[in-house]
Design a protein around this ligand. Structure first.
Ligand SMILES: *Cc1c(COP(=O)(O)O)cnc(C)c1O
Length: 426
């Protein structure tokens, strides 16, 4: 044995030394997240514990299959990880069966369609133009290519879902599956009413709670579980976990659903992400999380009220959940312009079509705002009022450098008061 130290291998060196480019970009993104007010309704700040699970050696393990039925050796630890994730997911929502392997919300939806439908079968879902999701039958998406989708929408006058319209569409098209769930609907979803429609036409019912899963877990939105044959969700939106998906079903469909996920649609599961999901489910069962969900909804109400007091119009005139949609139709302002102005003053949001929008999706007449991320960060009603005032001013003042810089300084003052990821290693 030589005393000469072995030349350091890159395998043992930190990212900072191995790849300064990517290290620098991660630091840059971290400071972007720290500095800006994040109002994208589908985003959140996952806890450090989840980041640790995702950045772990579990990424190395191949584990095609399911606990105690894998195609690889050495899965005894992974089996425990995935089992814990499944048990916690079921307990959190009161579900009979959970599959925690879907790589994303879209993949979870794919798995349910794959299980519940034959290619070409008829499905009824909310139109993307009124707040649905591309995996609910957009023609260029796998869902729209593989199945025959029909859509229901919201009332032009109220901006609300109208169950008579859902029922009429269901009677007309006789779908095998009805999908309830949305990406930009600011109101409570009545799962029981959807169940009645599904029963009336002999359809199965799937709830996609990608956006509201945290609210459901926190008890501030009715649960779809008593009413639905299938439930899908993401884990990274209001649940504040790792980027990923989960699907749920009754025990009688468990084997079929599991076969759809693997080997039907995916290969090896991302066990490091599944560990992150397990941590997320644990945290989502705490009182602290539930209180955050209540505050998320309260913050959205405060934001909505202040924006309306500032003269902005909201789709449906307000919100019941974590998000709201500003409606600029009939005015000079567009969604794209609003998004750009807010970016300039340190507020991140996204342009969004509003129901019956006359502008193209690249411009839009709407702006979607959500409170989950900033509520996680610690904002309460007082901060939300200030955020609303900054938004109203940004959209109405003369957009001079001086004016916008003044508003940017107010945004920065808010985020500086609520530190995020203090002392994070990367
Ligand atoms: C976000 C979302 C999804 C998809 O999630 P991805 O993880 O981005 O694939 C599915 N359905 C709805 C309603 C969503 O809002």
């Amino acid at each position: 044995m030589s005393d000469v130290p072995r030349a350091a291998s890159y395998a043992d060196l930190p990212l900072e030394q191995v790849d300064p480019t990517i290290y620098r970009l991660i630091r840059k993104e971290l400071s972007r997240q720290q500095q800006n007010i994040e109002l994208i309704a589908s985003e959140n700040f996952t806890p450090v514990a989840v980041l640790q699970a995702m950045g772990s050696v579990l990424t190395n393990k191949y584990a095609e299959g399911y606990p105690r039925a894998r195609y690889y050796g050495g899965c005894e630890v992974i089996d425990e990880v995935e089992q814990v994730a499944m048990e916690r997911a079921k307990a959190l929502f009161g579900a009979e069966h959970a599959n925690v392997q879907p790589h994303s919300g879209t993949a979870a939806n794919h798995a349910v369609y794959w299980t519940a439908l034959q290619p070409g079968d008829r499905v009824l879902s909310m139109t993307l133009a009124h707040g649905g999701h591309l995996s609910h039958g957009l023609p260029v998406n796998f869902s729209g290519r593989g199945y025959t989708f029909f859509h229901y929408g919201v009332d032009r006058e109220t901006g609300l879902l109208n169950m008579d319209e859902v029922f009429a569409q269901a009677r007309k098209h006789r779908p095998r599956l009805i999908v309830v769930g949305a990406s930009a609907y600011p109101r409570t979803l009545d799962f029981a009413a959807f169940r009645r429609v599904a029963d009336e036409v002999g359809a199965q019912l799937m709830a996609d709670i990608a956006h509201i899963a945290g609210l459901v877990a926190g008890g501030v939105h009715p649960s779809p579980f008593p009413h639905c044959d299938w439930v899908t969700t993401t884990t990274h939106k209001t649940l504040a976990g790792p980027r990923g998906g989960v699907c749920f079903c009754r025990a009688s469909s468990a084997a079929e659903l599991d076969k759809a996920v693997f080997p039907g649609l995916q290969g090896g599961p991302l066990e490091h992400v599944i560990a992150g999901k397990a941590v997320c489910f644990l945290l989502a069962s705490t009182e602290e999380f539930k209180a955050k969900q209540r505050l998320t909804v309260e913050n959205a109400k405060v934001l909505a009220e202040e924006l309306m007091a500032g003269g902005l119009k909201l789709v449906s005139g307000g919100t019941d959940n974590h998000l709201l949609l500003v409606d600029f139709s009939g005015t000079e302002m567009t969604g794209r312009r609003a998004q750009e102005l807010l970016d300039r003053v340190g507020i991140t949001a996204n342009k969004n079509v509003v129901p019956y929008d006359e502008r193209p999706p690249t411009i839009t007449s709407g702006l979607r705002l959500g409170t989950p991320a900033m509520t996680t960060r610690g904002f309460g009603p007082e901060e939300m009022r200030e955020v609303a005032r900054i938004i109203v001013e940004a959209l109405t003042v003369e957009p001079s450098e001086a004016n916008l810089n003044r508003l940017l300084a107010r945004s920065r003052a808010l985020t500086a008061a609520f530190p995020l990821y203090r002392g994070l290693g990367v």
